[in-house]
Ligand binder design. Structure first.
Ligand code: PAF
Length: 273
């Protein structure tokens, strides 16, 4: 496995690859969710690049940038074992200069849901993903549906800027108990973890009701609220694939999103119906 520590090394290595390149962008602390993206990328491409970069611009003041888990050595062992061809692990000075242009997330879809609770978050995500795409020049890039709004906004950016990369959205990986895998799960104590299961439990309950032909968003939101008690809820939203709130759920066109706090840890989960 090649390790590129800066953009110059990455671009040099990319220049030597004359085959299809699959890309998985991560902030490290790799778990089975990331590994499933890597596996899919390996199946569909000749050469797989993984980036590990805890992107400062997508964290707001007071968020968990400083305590975000960093474990490059362990991650690099996982990548090697997973058959990754190139690991790109730059540092912040290499990615960002001063007084630079940046990407602005869309005025509506970038500032609702996560964008409302984490003002500026998606400007940071889109800017770094644009930079990473330009450095890595992948043919396909793999993102998890777990970060639904991120996945939708990246897809919109690719379209808006006519980028030559295919975005592949992949299913959320879950623990046996249903909890969506996230690097932030490492923050949870044992008792908090028991509380965290409520997010997936609420989504499974919603899915059960929809199977029983309950398509009214209001009724589903009420059922989810019950299951989440007594967690502090940031939002429960039922939207279409353009992130527009809908009153009636339609199969194949709907996402149910939850953001809630367990202790000081903020968790998100969703289900694509
Ligand atoms: O999903 C993530 O880990 C990050 O938001 C991403 C896409 C790697 C950008 O920093």
């Amino acid at each position: 496995m090649i390790i590129a520590q800066n953009a110059i090394e990455m671009k040099e290595a990319r220049g030597r690859v004359n085959a299809s390149v699959g890309f998985v962008a991560t902030m490290g602390a790799l778990h089975a969710g990331h590994l499933s993206l890597i596996e899919r990328a390996k199946n569909e491409n000749d050469f797989v690049v993984v980036s590990i970069f805890v992107n400062p611009t997508q964290f707001r003041e007071g968020e968990d940038f400083d305590r975000y888990p960093r474990q490059l050595e362990a991650d690099s062992i996982l990548c090697k074992a997973a058959g990754v061809d190139l690991l790109f692990a730059p540092n912040a000075e290499d990615i960002y200069g001063s007084d630079e242009p940046a990407i602005k997330s869309p005025a509506i879809t970038g500032h609702i849901l996560e964008g409302k609770f984490r003002e500026g978050h998606f400007d940071g995500v889109l800017t770094v993903v644009m930079k990473l795409f330009n450095i890595v020049q992948p043919n396909r890039a793999y993102f998890g549906k777990k970060d639904a709004q991120q996945a939708i906004l990246i897809t919109k950016m690719v379209k808006a800027f006519f980028l030559n990369v295919e975005i592949v959205l992949c299913e959320t990986a879950r623990e046996g108990g249903g909890l969506a895998l996230s690097s932030r799960n490492t923050y949870l104590s044992k008792s908090e973890k028991n509380e965290a299961y409520k997010l997936s439990k609420a989504l499974f309950e919603a899915s059960k009701l929809i199977k029983q032909n309950e398509f009214r968003s209001l009724a589903i939101v009420q059922a989810i609220t019950e299951v989440l008690k007594p967690l502090s809820i940031d939002y429960i939203a039922i939207v279409d694939y353009e992130l527009k709130a809908i009153e009636t759920i339609k199969r194949g066109e709907t996402i149910i999103l939850i953001a809630a706090r367990v202790g000081i840890t903020r968790l998100i989960d969703n289900m694509w119906i």
